[in-house]
Write a protein of this length. Structure first.
Length: 613
């Protein structure tokens, strides 16, 4: 992605189902769990750059022994630092239950206190709670107020602490109910503690605590005595996968991570169903349980386009299909002149879509060659046959990302100059003034990097025409479920639509939408509507794309610039099981989404440079 985005966090839960001595005997190391957790986290490094953390729990400790150990880091090499620490303190982290987290913060400071896992501590083992997740809640205020109403005094007002205290409240209640039950049955206090752990109903706790949550989440938790769980939102917005055999139970944000680390088959790894929780009891039983009734499945399509690693067999096929489906629009943009067109991609996530695009062009040329050969009839010669068969799409590696370059300069003018050199080009690949240059990217969000770097860079090759292709549709609306797209004014598609409204004397639409959004926010109507759609309605997708091209083209660029976006219906065709498209369509999967888009637009109209949630 050329426009840098903070995005989805990574989770890794590992439960060893055998005694440590079993792994030492079979695998030759007592550090089996530590080693596997390291791999689970390192293979998901793409999901965390702001920090990482690990919690380890020892089962059945003696009173007075430390049994919960946590270490977090916000350093650049956080995973390495964490496991260096663990390796130096191996006995401390020799428990059977591990929870790892990779953090990509969407807002707020990047301090050690913001790093997961979070701890809620208590002298009762079954009241201790460690939590981490890949999530964002849209109704933190309501959840916070509920905690205040039940008598709590939360130390912070953020979704992580609020959700943990919410679960912790019902965990306490469950403990109290079981305590009274076993006390009435005549058990001693010493006997009651293990009985509580054995009978703790994790599914019931999650049902009671999550019934009013609005957001996208894959929430992972471990209780001090050894129970663990992962809970997924009813729309399946955030991803979670699990695998279990007689040795281990594991949860991760991405399927190929589990495949690689444990050498398992695709079909043996299960997706956590929307609205369900996978509960791993201390006794080793693994069960998937219904927590909240699933709604329409609207899993995040950005996971397929960009966030998840492309090594997943399904994601790889989907990204190739996204590229292939753009071929017809590309051919129209270059007048089907493939002899004078060079294809390339923006590194690195667009590479798979590039392969699909090239495959589509090769398929198109097969039909062209057939028609040309048939048209020759009996006049076919070796020379003209060779000429026809020589037609093929031209591909070059045009853009090269200079990963060593850091835009550390604070002066705006100097920083802009540095940004222009984040990408480099391969000279001599384009015939000046003759060749069209088609370059595919996975998405176009803010357009900043396009204007300040990519188009300037491509323009140095002096192509006749630059065609920028996005494997994603136009991003028109803010996200509120974990992706760092909370300010609608940052989105280039929105800015293009506003520019078109102004050019066509339709500014009154902005005022009308502003009043409607303010009114429903003030009255707190439920459910709210997405009135912001009206801003795009007067224009076709092509008109907005052309305006985007105009906005991102530098003044000194001599080549004509054309931008092509994926169609939403083609996105659904390529990614049939991940149809969450609210940032493209405005169809939010939860009621809180419409509240967020209304707030984002009101902020824009009032000139407030702040987040909408």
């Amino acid at each position: 992605m050329s426009d840098y985005l903070h995005h989805e966090c990574g989770i890794a839960l590992l439960r060893l189902l055998k005694p440590i001595s079993y792994y030492e005997e079979k695998y030759g190391t007592a550090r089996y769990g530590i080693n596997k957790l390291y791999l689970l986290m390192e293979k998901q490094h793409n999901r965390g750059q702001d920090g990482a953390g690990v919690v380890n729990i020892k089962l059945d400790p003696k009173p007075g022994d430390e049994y919960i150990s946590r270490y977090r880091s916000i350093r650049k090499n956080a995973i390495v630092e964490i496991f260096d620490h663990i390796n130096k303190n191996a006995n401390k982290y020799s428990g059977e239950l591990f929870l790892g987290h990779l953090r990509y913060g969407t807002f707020g400071g990047n301090s050690i206190e913001t790093c997961h896992p979070f701890l809620r501590q208590n002298n009762w083992m079954t009241r201790n709670l460690a939590m981490a997740g890949n999530f964002n809640m849209t109704n933190v205020d309501e959840l916070f107020n509920h905690l205040v109403e039940i008598g709590q005094h939360p130390r912070e007002k953020n979704d992580t602490v609020t959700v943990m205290e919410n679960i912790g409240h019902f965990l306490d209640e469950e403990n109290e109910i079981l305590y009274q039950k076993f006390k009435e049955l005549g058990n001693t206090k010493l006997e009651i503690s293990p009985l509580i752990g054995e009978h703790l109903d994790i599914a019931n706790i999650l049902k009671r605590s999550s019934k009013n949550w609005d957001g996208g989440y894959a929430m992972v938790g471990i209780v001090g005595h050894g129970d663990a769980f992962v809970l997924r939102d009813p729309a399946g917005i955030r991803p979670a996968y699990y695998y279990a055999d007689d040795e281990i139970a594991v949860v991760a944000s991405e399927r190929p991570v589990i495949q690689t680390v444990f050498n398992t088959k695709f079909e043996d790894i299960h997706e956590v169903k929307p609205g369900h929780a996978v509960v791993i009891k201390k006794n080793g039983r693994v069960k998937e349980e219904l927590i909240n009734e699933p709604t329409q499945r609207l899993s995040c399509s950005f996971e397929r386009i960009y966030f998840s690693r492309g090594s997943d067999v399904e994601i790889y096929k989907e990204r190739k299909e996204l590229g292939r489906l753009l071929c017809q629009s590309i051919l129209q943009a270059v007048d089907s002149d493939l002899r004078n067109t060079v294809f390339s991609f923006i590194p690195n996530t667009a590479e798979v879509a590039f392969y699909g695009m090239m495959q589509g062009m090769e398929d198109y040329l097969k039909d062209v060659k057939k028609r040309k050969i048939k048209a020759l009839g009996t006049n076919i010669t070796e020379e003209n046959l060779s000429e026809i068969l020589s037609i093929k799409p031209r591909a070059e590696k045009i853009a090269i990302k200079d990963i060593k370059l850091r835009t550390f300069i604070t002066n705006d003018t100097d920083r802009s100059d540095m940004v222009a050199h984040v990408y480099d080009i391969t000279y001599g690949t384009i015939r000046k003034g003759i060749d069209n240059l088609v370059v595919i990217d996975d998405s176009i969000v803010r357009g900043t990097t396009l204007k300040n770097s990519i188009i300037k860079m491509l323009g140095r090759l002096e192509p006749k025409k630059i065609v920028l292709v996005s494997s994603a549709p136009q991003i028109r609306y803010p996200d509120c479920y974990g992706i760092d797209m909370a300010k609608i004014g940052d989105l280039i598609a929105f800015r293009a639509a506003v520019a078109l409204l102004e050019e066509n004397n339709l500014e009154h639409i902005l005022d009308e939408v502003f009043e409607k959004c303010k009114e429903q926010l003030a009255s707190n109507v439920h459910p709210m509507k997405n009135y912001v759609r009206a801003i795009y309605q007067p224009f076709t997708a092509s008109q907005i794309a052309d305006k985007i091209a105009q906005l991102v083209t530098p003044e000194d660029c001599k080549a004509e610039v054309k931008i092509i976006f994926q169609k939403i219906e083609d996105l659904h065709s390529a990614c049939p099981n991940n149809r969450g498209d609210w940032y493209f369509s405005g169809n939010y999967p939860t009621p809180g989404g419409n509240k967020v888009v209304s707030k984002a637009f009101v902020n824009y109209m009032q000139g407030l440079n702040e987040r909408a949630y």
